[in-house]
Design a protein around this ligand. Structure first.
Ligand SMILES: [Zn+2]
Length: 201
C-alpha cells in the first residue's frame, strides 16, 4: 500500500536511515532505545518543519489584524532565537533574528512580529532567502515606510561536520525603504541589534 500521510512517509524514511546506519537488527534485548526511534524522529521532524501552505495561512492570519497607531518611529523585535533547517543538508540551523519596521499608520502586535519570525524559519530555507522574505513582508505587506532585518545563523552543517567550523556564523541583512535611503536610520538599527554578540555555546 502506498504511503499516504507525511507522518507515514517520514517513519518509513527514518526506518531506512536506521538500516543504513547498520541498526537493522534493533531493537535487541540489549538495546531497547531504538524501538520507537523512527516514530519519534518522524514526530520531531514534523515539529521542526511546518508545511509551506500551513505557514502561509498562519502568516495571513497574523497580518490580517493590525492596529491603527500614531506612533511612526522604529518598531523593533530584537534577538529572537529560532530554529530551522538548511535546504542543502536538512541539518538544523539556530538563528538569532532581529527585525524592525517604520509604521505608516498601522502596527502589528509585538508578539505577532515575534511569531511571524519564528514561523518563517520553520522550513528548509536558505538564510539569505529567509532574510529577504522577512524584509519584504514587513515592508510590502505591512505597508511600512521601511523595514530592516538582521540574521545570525549557526549552521550545524558547518559547525558539526568534517570542516568543524565550530564558531562559524553566517550573517545576513536586508533593508527596505527608509532603512536603505537613510544611513542614520540603518545605523541606529544595526547598533541596537549588534550590541551583544550571539553567544549560544
Ligand atoms: Zn547546509
Amino acid at each position: 500500500m502506498p504511503l499516504q500521510t507525511a507522518q507515514e512517509k517520514l517513519v518509513a524514511g527514518y526506518q531506512l536511515v536506521l538500516e543504513a546506519y547498520g541498526l537493522m537488527g534493533y531493537p535487541t534485548k540489549e538495546d531497547d532505545n531504538f524501538r520507537e526511534t523512527a516514530k519519534r524522529a518522524a514526530k520531531a521532524a514534523q515539529e521542526m518543519v511546518r508545511p509551506v501552505a500551513e505557514i502561509e495561512n498562519e502568516i495571513n492570519e497574523l497580518l490580517h489584524k493590525t492596529f491603527p497607531a500614531r506612533y511612526d518611529q522604529m518598531v523593533i523585535s530584537k534577538h529572537n532565537i529560532c530554529f530551522g533547517l538548511c535546504p542543502h543538508h536538512l541539518l538544523p540551523v539556530i538563528y538569532r533574528v532581529s527585525a524592525a519596521y517604520l509604521p505608516r499608520d498601522r502596527v502589528v502586535g509585538i508578539s505577532k512580529l515575534s511569531r511571524l519570525i519564528r514561523l518563517l524559519a520553520r522550513r528548509p530555507v536558505l538564510q539569505e532567502d529567509l532574510t529577504h522574505e522577512l524584509a519584504e513582508i514587513l515592508h510590502s505587506r505591512l505597508d511600512s515606510r521601511g523595514a530592516a532585518v538582521y540574521v545570525e545563523g549557526l549552521h550545524m552543517c558547518m559547525a558539526a561536520r568534517g570542516v568543524e567550523a565550530h564558531e562559524a556564523r553566517l550573517v545576513t541583512s536586508a533593508v527596505r525603504g527608509t532603512f536603505s535611503d537613510q544611513q542614520a536610520t540603518r545605523q541606529e538599527f544595526l547598533d541596537l541589534v549588534t550590541a551583544t554578540p550571539l553567544q549560544l555555546l
